[in-house]
Write a protein that binds this ligand. Structure first.
Ligand code: GLN
Length: 239
């Protein structure tokens, strides 16, 4: 029997835009290429899913309307997700799910969507649409991606961002912080999807998961020439 990794995919129906599903495919393929079996467990509204066995948690972006649909269900899973985060489970949450992993999101229409406070961040809808290509300097090297949001996210004092924007907007239209990182939970505005073009970040999530589950300390290297070329092209694009 070969070793198995479980990816919990939060709300693929409502929260998967601008290629976000590609992140799950990238995680799956990079694990399979290294000889692991992968189970992707979709978590949809109202479906009883036991999250305790999840090795990696992923959630993508969505419109305000999608966030309204999943909001209460996510809150109901808040305790298990906070426990997973506190135990060091690697998680990647993007845009709409990132906003709800913070303290909450106030939409431009005035709806209050409470978050699960895994990350120290609060988001308020604005009339500014932050859209375009993004380049970020991060502890995982240069990250490239694409953003499209009007929510402005302010981090709590002491909350680490994922990185610093060198092109594009990130958390707000005026500052340079992008995303948030607490333990092994990463929130970001980067679609694109982010992982195929930023294999170092993908492998960070994978190694963290394999280390926790099997004590793995090093990953077999993969041939990433195409991925790096795609990232270089993306980095050259105008905002
Ligand atoms: N509705 C949110 C915003 O515009 C999230 C958008 C997204 O997930 N791309 O701020």
């Amino acid at each position: 029997m070969s070793a198995e990794i479980v990816i919990a995919h939060l709300y693929p129906r409502e929260m998967s835009i601008y290629g976000d599903l590609g992140n799950v495919i990238a995680l799956r393929k990079r694990l399979e290429w290294r000889g692991y079996d992968v189970v992707v467990r979709p978590v949809e509204v109202g479906e009883p899913v036991d999250l305790t066995g999840a090795d990696i948690v992923f959630g993508g972006g969505g419109q305000d309307s999608g966030q309204l649909v999943i909001g209460a269900d996510l809150l109901a899973r808040g305790e298990s997700l906070r426990a997973l985060a506190a135990s060091g489970t690697p998680m990647l949450v993007i845009c709409g799910t990132y906003q709800l992993f913070g303290h909450g999101f106030t939409t431009i229409g005035g709806s209050e969507l409470p978050g699960i406070s895994v990350l120290g961040a609060r988001t308020v809808g604005s009339t500014v649409r932050m859209i375009g290509n993004v380049v970020v300097e991060s502890p995982f090297g240069r990250l490239v991606g694409f953003e499209n949001h009007s929510g402005q996210t302010t981090l709590d004092p002491g909350q680490e961002p994922l990185g610093t924007v060198t092109k594009g907007h990130g958390n707000t239209s005026t500052g340079h912080a992008e995303g948030a990182r607490t333990m092994n939970v990463i929130g970001t505005y980067l679609h694109g999807p982010i992982l195929p073009k930023n294999p170092r970040l993908a492998d960070h999530l994978i190694l963290t998961a394999l280390n926790r589950r099997f004590g793995v300390t090093e990953l077999a290297p993969l041939e990433d020439a195409v991925e790096h070329r795609a990232a270089d092209v993306a980095a050259q694009r105008p905002q």
